[in-house]
Design a protein around this ligand. Structure first.
Ligand code: NAD
Length: 291
């Protein structure tokens, strides 16, 4: 089946990035969220990010205008029923994702491919509760989507070969590179990355270093483009905590226990950049370490 229209559920930082790259690649995109301000903010962000690409000569003003005209938004999930491919990119909570799929399924065409951008939740389990486990896959984009080259493709136990091939083709059309990952907690990138971030939070918690020295050490000493705490703020501390919990529960190994300090930041609502404060305070415009 040719994929021409894409329904995106969740218009947060990942949803808007995914809409951006699909629209530029020529797909028609319909984006849904439960919050009208999130939809408006997503369109604004896409506009600004595409404008930056225009000013850097990466795309033309005509490409931008055409891509923006291919993106529509809706607060009604059922409107996504006629699309060829669904990418669920809502909050990293299994109950939220489950409710979305339950509400969406009665409206879908039988051939529509269903995917989740989850960073860590079992694809096989999400798929098993739908009417089409063979047409269900993990479709894991990296943040920021317009910049990052990799897309992880995760097959559930029941995913069929045509579904995998169709998504592989989509990744090529987006100009990105696919990596195949087996369906185990957090897949490849986050299985390695998020425990490193959690260890950086332990390093802070135990007083081995402060926010500045930890981030500087990893940038200058390990050649990482961003420090781990800066990166955690960028990903979202709630998302990092959710991934650690999935690793801890899914692999039953205490080496994945989330750092209590990470939990404390999340409980306080200091979720990183998206909430204005995390390991850094962004409210003045210049990031200031909070510890
Ligand atoms: P976010 O908090 O920026 O956005 C989530 C959006 O989902 C919000 O706009 C929220 O209003 C919306 N939402 C919540 N419930 C909904 C519902 N029932 N229906 C429709 N929309 C709903 O989160 P994010 O960082 O964009 O993450 C989204 C997904 O992408 C998560 O599964 C996350 O694990 C995954 N992901 C995140 C990153 C990252 O670096 N942040 C990277 C790869 C994958």
């Amino acid at each position: 089946m040719a994929i021409e229209t894409v329904g995106i559920v969740g218009a947060g930082q990942m949803g808007n990035g995914i809409a951006h790259v699909f629209a530029l690649a020529g797909y028609r995109v319909l984006m849904n969220d439960v919050s009208e301000p999130s939809l408006a903010k997503a369109i604004d962000t896409i506009d600004k990010n595409m404008e930056r690409q225009v000013s850097r000569g990466k795309i033309s003003a005509e490409d931008k205008a055409a891509a923006l005209s291919r993106i529509a938004t809706t607060l009604t999930l059922a409107d996504l029923g006629q699309t060829d491919l669904i990418i669920e990119a809502a909050t990293e909570k299994e109950t939220v994702k489950q409710q979305i799929f339950d509400a969406l399924l009665p409206h879908l065409k039988p051939e529509t491919i269903l995917t989740s951008n989850t960073s860590s939740i079992s694809i096989t389990r999400l798929a098993s509760r739908t009417d089409r486990p063979e047409k269900f896959m993990g479709f894991h984009f990296m943040n920021p989507v317009p910049v990052m080259q990799l897309v992880e493709l995760i097959r559930g136990i029941a995913t069929d070969a045509p579904t995998y091939a169709a998504l592989h083709e989509v990744v090529k059309k987006l100009g990105k590179t696919a990596a195949s990952a087996e369906d185990f907690p957090a897949f490849i990138v986050n299985r390695i990355l998020v425990p490193m971030i959690n260890e950086a939070v332990y390093t802070l918690y135990e007083g081995v270093g402060n926010v500045k020295s930890i981030d500087e050490s990893m940038k200058l000493g390990a050649n990482h483009p961003m420090g781990p705490l800066e990166l955690a703020d960028f990903i979202g501390l709630d998302t990092c905590l959710a991934i650690m919990n999935v690793l801890y529960d899914g692999l039953a190994d205490t080496k994945y226990r989330p750092c209590p300090l990470l939990t404390k930041y999340v409980e306080s609502g200091w979720l990183g950049r998206k909430s204005g404060r995390g390991f850094y305070d962004y409210r003045s415009g210049t990031p200031v370490p909070t510890r």
